[in-house]
Write a protein that binds this ligand. Structure first.
Ligand code: ADP
Length: 465
C-alpha cells in the first residue's frame, strides 16, 4: 500500500462541536468517511464558546485530530457569525485570524498536507494566502487546495476600506481577484485561487454557472468550469438512523416500518397536537431564511392548514418569520405546532414522527433534510432545484417510480398543488404504503461520496504546481 494521503479539512463549523447548518454535518462526517477510506485527516476550526478541550485538541472518528484556533476576543461569543442584530461587524477580522492561524498551525504541528480542503467563505482566504504569501514556502511545496461551495449565497462581502486588513497588495483587489462591485468578496478569493472547486450536488454545480443561481459569481464559475465538480453530500447513518436513534420513542427499520407510527403518536403528544393517527403529519425543519422557500410557504400556509393535515415546524432565523409563524400557531391551535428554536432532539423526533417532510427551497445546494427524511421513511415534498432534484424523484404510482413529491415553478400555487397531491395519495392507504417503502431504498451514506472525494484528491495532487 502506498503512503496515506494527508488531508486537512478547514471549516468554520463541525459537528459535534458547533453547528448552524448542513456545513457542520458535512465537516463532521466527511473526515470520518475519508479516514475509513484509509486517508490521514485532521480538522481545523475556531474555538467557540463552550468548546473546551485540553491543548485545544479533540478527537473524532478513530483517530482524527480536531484542532481549535483560539482567540477569546473573536470566538468566545454566543453566536458563530452574528447575533439578533445581524452579522458581527468584525467577521472579516475573525476569519482572517482563523485562516492565518490555520496555516501557521500546520507548520507548528509539522503536518505537511497534500490537500487542504476548505469550505465556504470563512475559510476562503487560506487558498489566497497559499497562492500569495506562501508561494515560495517549501513547507507547502506539494500542497494543493480544494474548495467546496456549500452555499453560494453567503460570500463574505465587506466594504473596500477593509481590504487592507487582509494584508495583500492592491493586485489582489481587481476584477480577476477579490474585488466585486466595489466590495471585497472573500468567497471569490477561494473560487479564483483554489486548485480545484467542488459543490455539494451535480445539479447545483451546473446551476451556479447561470445568472439565475450564480449570485453574481456565475462568470467566475464559468471561467473555472473545468475544475468545478459536483459531489453530493452523504449523511452519517451512525447519527441518522431510525434503527439505532437514541432519541426517538421507538426504533424501526425497513422491515418493521409500522413501528414508525409509535413515533408519530409520541410527536403529537410532546408537541401538543391531537392524537390522530389517520391525519397526515407534515414536518419542516429549517433555518427561517428566504432561501428556504418561506415566502411562498407563508402565502400557501393558510390553505395547507385548512386541509385534513397536521403541521409541525422547527426553525429559527429571520424575525419576520418568527412573527408570522407565531400568528399561525394562534390561528390553528389544533393542527399546528410551531417551535421557534434550535433543538437537535426535537429534530430527530420530527424526522421519525412525520409522514411528510417539506422543503420548498428557492435554491438548495444539496439539502440534508430530504436525505434524513428518506432514511426515516418520511416522504420528502421538495422543489425541483439543486441537490433536491438529484435525490428526490416525483412519485408515479402507476409507473412504480419515485420516492417523494416534486414541484418546479417557484410559486405558492404550485407548492400548494404538490401538497394537495401528496395528501390525496396519503389517503389511498395502499398506494401510500408502497411509496413509504420506496423512500428507504436508496443509500445516501457517505461512503460513495467519500470515494469521489478521494478520486478527486488523487487527481488534484497530480496537477502541475
Ligand atoms: P442548510 O445548511 O442550508 O441550513 P441543510 O438541509 O443542508 O440546510 O442542513 C440543515 C441541517 O440543520 C439539518 O441537519 C437540519 O435537521 C438541521 N436544522 C436546521 N434547523 C434546525 C433547528 N431549528 N433545530 C434542529 N436542527 C435544525
Amino acid at each position: 500500500m502506498g503512503k496515506k494521503l494527508k488531508v486537512v479539512i478547514c471549516s468554520s463549523e463541525v459537528v459535534p462541536f458547533a453547528k448552524t447548518g448542513g456545513l457542520a454535518d458535512v465537516a463532521g462526517s466527511l473526515p470520518q468517511a475519508l479516514e475509513k477510506q484509509g486517508l490521514e485527516v485532521i480538522v481545523i476550526m475556531p474555538k467557540y464558546k463552550n468548546i473546551d478541550y485540553p491543548e485545544n485538541l479533540a478527537k473524532i472518528g478513530k483517530n482524527i485530530s480536531v484542532y481549535f484556533i483560539e482567540n477569546d476576543g473573536f470566538f468566545k461569543r454566543d453566536g458563530l457569525y452574528g447575533d439578533s442584530l445581524g452579522d458581527y461587524e468584525d467577521n472579516l477580522d475573525r476569519f482572517i485570524y482563523y485562516s492565518q492561524e490555520a496555516i501557521r498551525l500546520l507548520k507548528k504541528i509539522n503536518f505537511k498536507p497534500q490537500i487542504i480542503h476548505c469550505n465556504d467563505w470563512q475559510t476562503a482566504l487560506i487558498p489566497v494566502y497559499l497562492k500569495s504569501i506562501y508561494t515560495r514556502d517549501k513547507f507547502f511545496k506539494n500542497c494543493k487546495t480544494v474548495f467546496t461551495i456549500h452555499n453560494l449565497g453567503y460570500q463574505g462581502l465587506f466594504p473596500k476600506e477593509q481590504f487592507k486588513k487582509i494584508g495583500l497588495g492592491n493586485d489582489f483587489f481587481t476584477l480577476e481577484t477579490l474585488e466585486f462591485y466595489g466590495k471585497v468578496n472573500v468567497l471569490k478569493g477561494g473560487l479564483v485561487f483554489s486548485d480545484v472547486l467542488t459543490t455539494v450536488s451535480e445539479n447545483y454545480a451546473k446551476e451556479i454557472q447561470t445568472p439565475e443561481y450564480g449570485c453574481g459569481l456565475d462568470g467566475v464559475l464559468l471561467y473555472r468550469k473545468k475544475v468545478l465538480h459536483g459531489i453530493i453530500n452523504g449523511i452519517n447513518y451512525e447519527e441518522w438512523n431510525p434503527a439505532t436513534d437514541k432519541v426517538i420513542a421507538k426504533n424501526y427499520d425497513p422491515r418493521n416500518l409500522e413501528d414508525k407510527y409509535i413515533n408519530k403518536e409520541d410527536l403529537q403528544k410532546i408537541s401538543g397536537l391531537e392524537k390522530r393517527s389517520n391525519l397526515p403529519l407534515i414536518g419542516l425543519i429549517t433555518r427561517l431564511a428566504d432561501q428556504k422557500g418561506l415566502d411562498i410557504l407563508t402565502r400557501a400556509i393558510d390553505e395547507i392548514c385548512q386541509l385534513p393535515v397536521q403541521f409541525i415546524l422547527l426553525g429559527t432565523g429571520e424575525d419576520k418569520y418568527h412573527v408570522f409563524f407565531k400568528q399561525i400557531a394562534k390561528k390553528y391551535p389544533k393542527n399546528v405546532s410551531i417551535n421557534l428554536k434550535f433543538d437537535a432532539a426535537l429534530a430527530y423526533k420530527i424526522y421519525a414522527g412525520c409522514d411528510m417532510f417539506l422543503m420548498p427551497s428557492r435554491y438548495e445546494p444539496c439539502g440534508l433534510g430530504q436525505l434524513i427524511s428518506l432514511k426515516y421513511a418520511t416522504v420528502p415534498l421538495v422543489r425541483n432545484t439543486g441537490g433536491l432534484a438529484d435525490t428526490v424523484v416525483d412519485f408515479m404510482p402507476y409507473q412504480d417510480e419515485g420516492n417523494g413529491f416534486v414541484f418546479s415553478e417557484y410559486s405558492s400555487g404550485t407548492l400548494l398543488e404538490m401538497v394537495k397531491r401528496a395528501v390525496t395519495v396519503y389517503y389511498h392507504r395502499s398506494v401510500w404504503k408502497k411509496l413509504v417503502k420506496r423512500t428507504v431504498e436508496d443509500d445516501f451514506s457517505w461512503e460513495q461520496s467519500a470515494r469521489k472525494y478521494v478520486e478527486l484528491y488523487e487527481e488534484t495532487i497530480k496537477l502541475p504546481s
